[in-house]
Design a protein around this ligand. Structure first.
Ligand SMILES: Nc1ncnc2c1ncn2[C@@H]1O[C@H](COP(=O)(O)OP(=O)(O)OP(=O)(O)O)[C@@H](O)[C@H]1O
Ligand SMILES: [Mg+2]
Length: 138
């Protein structure tokens, strides 16, 4: 099932609505091309969890932690990661065991790292400028 997102604000709102159903231990895997709106979904998700923390993509550090939300959020981005070992060495398995939410941009670059219970979503830019988000199977 797909949802049409006509503007950046609608992407934020979709992320916030996704947040409403989240429980500790949930893992969100986001895919989609450069600029598809993945970070906007994470911004909306933090907002929906009651955090006003600034969200930026953890491009060089691999993970950003947000502790002021209803649940802690661990925000990963696999775009610049070269090998699985880089993630394992910063404690990926422990992040998955935390009582919080793990959200991963570019999850499809290393799909085998994601646990079976991860919820996968693909974002696509549409020709007229909006976006489409679809729940997918990995
Ligand atoms: N529904 C939408 N309609 C139009 N523009 C949108 C929509 N959602 C997000 N955008 C715009 O897309 C651009 C990229 O958004 P964002 O940074 O979230 O993408 P991204 O998928 O995280 O990119 P990257 O792959 O570089 O991490 C932003 O300028 C944002 O305003
Ligand atoms: Mg991004």
């Amino acid at each position: 099932m797909s949802t049409h997102l006509a503007s950046p604000e609608e992407t934020l709102a979709w992320g916030a609505s996704l947040a409403q159903g989240l429980r500790e231990g949930d893992v969100i895997a986001l895919c989609g091309q450069l600029g598809a709106g993945k970070t906007h979904v994470v911004k909306g998700l933090l907002d929906g969890l009651g955090s006003n923390e600034e969200v930026t993509s953890p491009t060089f550090s691999l993970v950003h932690e947000y502790q002021r939300a209803r649940l802690p959020v661990f925000h990963f981005d696999f775009y610049r990661m070269e090998r699985e070992a880089d993630l394992l060495s910063i404690g990926w398995d422990e992040y998955l065991d935390q009582p919080g939410i793990v959200v991963v941009e570019w999850a499809d670059l290393f799909p085998a790292l994601l646990p079976d219970h991860a919820q996968w979503y693909r974002l696509e830019a549409l020709p007229e400028g909006g976006r489409r988000v679809t729940r997918i199977q990995p």
